[in-house]
Write a protein that binds this ligand. Structure first.
Ligand code: ARG
Ligand code: ZN
Length: 416
């Protein structure tokens, strides 16, 4: 019996190991500065050729990062050479980079006496996020958890509501993790909650004057799939009728100017926008929840990674901005200055479409509903892209907190 249990355990272990997608031999190439013509060529490649995975989109005067398996590397290099695009190797072996990023952080700083599992020395699970927000809610009379629906695989999507500000106070919505593999996003969103709540005494004015609504993980199935099976999974895990490939890019599924740019209509693409707008249950749940917030959030922040950017709307097309774009840009730039001052990062505040016109993202949708300030931070890269080692969670949380302070101080009621 014992032996049998041991054997089946081993068998399960072997299966589990085999089940994980192997990225050894995959490389990420980074290009030199791109001309507009080169940008167009790369954008076509991104939406038409599923062999290549864009870690950073091509934009004029910027660089693009593209991943390829060993098998297709020659084809990628030929493409780049044909278009006169300089490149160098950014990640020599993605499999190794993933392994490095899975090592626990050497600098254990977070609180070992916490009453929840989540800590910011390593990346948590979706259950850890939910346990953390439930614990915050159970300890504070002004905090509660709202279930906003289930994901396609049945995971509970939960929003933490910090409503000490009371009715009529400005609302703030935080969405993180709509892209599964961008693990630093939920980590920083939950770090923000920890700072707001557990360090309340250092800055009571924030919880006292605002209501915060935090969805730490907008794509729970994708996130768990990226933990268990494919570290670089981006989309949700919905079935696509008539197709073998699963998943919709939830950040191309929103109904504002849906499918107009930066999407693919192929279910196997990483930027598949779905067959219809808001087709996905996760986008439906978030949309329904957001519409209950009254007043419309003054500030909405959607955390992504890993381009060291602070994006502002709109992103669906060039030269399309909300009416108050000047104040949006000014506040974004001030937030980024404060962020960069903390650890010497070099984030930039730019318009989303300048990075890459892409329609159907949630940020555009929130802005279209009248959220006054909407930002999409693309958190740290540190040379690792999506597979950022966990020792960078705390520094990321700290620098983003500096940005929060600038934004919250600016929109604080009675301060303008
Ligand atoms: N990297 C993000 C994405 O591709 C950026 C989204 C920016 N917003 C936009 N509306 N294009 O989803
Ligand atoms: Zn993203």
């Amino acid at each position: 019996m014992r032996v049998q249990t041991g054997v089946s355990f081993l068998f399960a272990l072997v299966l589990a190991c085999q089940a994980k997608k192997d990225y050894s031999g995959y490389q990420v190439l980074t290009t030199g500065k791109l001309s507009p013509v080169q940008v167009d060529a790369l954008r076509n490649l991104q939406t038409s050729d599923e062999r290549f995975d864009f870690w950073k989109e091509a934009h004029p005067d910027g660089a693009a990062d593209v991943m390829s398996s060993a098998d297709h590397l020659t084809a990628l290099k030929e493409f780049l050479t044909k278009h006169n695009i300089d490149y160098s190797v950014k990640i020599q072996d993605v499999g190794e980079a993933i392994q490095i990023s899975e090592k626990p952080s050497p600098t254990k700083k977070s609180n070992p006496n916490a009453r929840y599992n989540l800590n910011w020395d390593e990346y948590g699970s979706h259950d850890d996020f939910n346990e953390f927000i439930e614990e915050i809610a159970s300890q504070n009379s002004w905090a509660s958890v709202r279930s906003i629906g289930k994901s396609v695989e049945g995971r509970d999507m939960k929003v933490l509501e910090l409503t000490k500000g009371g009715s009529g106070a400005p609302n703030i919505f935080i969405e993180a993790g709509i892209h599964a593999r961008e693990w630093i996003a939920p980590a920083v969103a939950t770090y923000t909650v920890k700072e707001l709540v557990e360090n309340y005494d250092s800055h009571p004015e924030y919880l006292d004057n605002f209501n915060f609504y935090v969805l730490p993980c907008a794509n729970p199935d994708g996130y768990e799939y990226s933990r268990s099976t494919d570290r670089l999974w981006r989309k949700n895990r919905g079935l696509n009728d008539g197709a073998l490939c699963k998943g919709v890019d939830l950040n191309r599924n929103w109904e504002f100017h849906w499918a107009e740019s930066g999407v693919s209509d192929s279910p196997c693409s990483d930027v598949f926008c779905g067959y219809t707008p808001t087709s996905e249950i996760e986008s439906q749940n978030i949309k329904a929840f957001y519409s209950t917030l009254s007043p419309v959030p003054e500030l909405t922040v959607c955390f992504h990674s890993a381009a060291n950017l602070w994006l502002y709307p709109y992103g669906y097309a060039y030269d399309s901005y909300p009416d108050n774009v000047d104040e949006i840009r000014r506040l974004g730039e001030d937030a980024v200055d404060a962020l960069n001052a903390v650890n010497g990062q070099s984030f930039e505040c730019i318009n989303s479409a300048e990075l890459y016109p892409a329609a159907g993202a949630s940020d555009d949708y929130y802005a279209s509903l009248g959220s006054r300030f909407v930002y999409t931070p693309e958190l740290r890269d540190n040379g690792f892209g999506f597979v950022l080692p966990p020792e960078y969670i705390i520094p990321s949380g700290e620098e983003v907190w500096a940005a929060w302070k600038v934004m919250l101080d600016k929109i604080m009621p009675n301060k303008e």
